[in-house]
Design a binder for this molecule. Structure first.
Ligand code: ADP
Ligand code: 5GP
Length: 193
């Protein structure tokens, strides 16, 4: 990276409550901008191109991989790609803001390696796998097969929590948000830009 700025990385098994916590923080902490990833999956519910994700077809996605447009990308689920565009980082840093990433666990570890001390890497931990399944079921956005796939992946991801700077257990939501907010404020206040 030739441009600098601080970054906050959020990773968690799907359903742990990462988006819920991230949305609360975006409202509470000024100058924090969500990094909009590109994905080849279809929009879900009310999702809009350029707000939650840049929705690309798989050939478009792979063409941009070939062009070297991504900082990192992954096939998070079989046949579904997700990645962070270099242009997205520049867009946020140009405003002098801090980037907030919502990224899978492998991608989070890669970004932490890339950004080092510039990054605060946070792992959102569900209280248990059973509770994770309950939350995915109650969210109601995935088929039973997709939920099984996400649970299978979660079991592997939980083993990597110790690679992150902070682990936040999301049992009581208000408490998890407060804990995360103070960790971010401490990080942003303590290092020089
Ligand atoms: P992720 O972004 O990690 O996939 P979401 O933020 O979409 O997860 O949360 C999954 C579901 O769990 C949502 O329906 C959300 O409202 C719910 N949820 C989030 N945090 C909690 C919590 N602490 N207790 C109970 N339900 C929660
Ligand atoms: P979802 O389909 O639920 O929006 O996201 C599925 C997973 O992909 C989540 O774990 C999410 O954090 C991850 N993800 C979203 N954007 C990126 C990205 O740019 N890169 C990587 N590696 N993972 C991402």
């Amino acid at each position: 990276m030739d441009s600098t700025g601080k970054v906050i990385i959020f990773s968690a098994p799907s359903g742990a409550g990462k988006s819920t916590i991230v949305n609360a923080l975006l409202e509470r902490i000024p100058n924090l901008d969500f990094s909009i990833s590109a994905t080849s999956r279809a929009p879900r519910g009310e999702e809009q191109h350029g707000r939650e994700y840049y929705f690309l077809t798989d050939p478009e996605f792979m063409e941009r991989v070939e062009r070297g447009d991504f900082v990192e990308w992954e096939e998070v689920y079989a046949g579904t790609h997700y990645g962070t565009l270099k242009s997205e980082l520049q867009r946020i840093w140009d405003k002098g803001h801090t980037i907030l990433f919502d990224i899978d666990v492998k991608g989070g570890i890669n970004l932490k390696r890339l950004f080092g001390e510039q990054a605060l890497a946070i792992f959102v931990m569900p209280p248990s796998i059973e509770e994770l399944r309950r939350r995915l079921l109650s969210r109601g956005t995935e088929t039973p097969e997709a939920i099984d796939r996400r649970i299978g992946r979660a079991e592997l991801e939980l083993a990597h929590a110790d690679r992150f700077d902070r682990v936040i257990v999301n049992d009581n939501l208000a408490q998890a948000i407060a804990e995360t907010e103070s960790a971010i404020k401490e990080f942003l206040g303590s290092s020089t830009q």
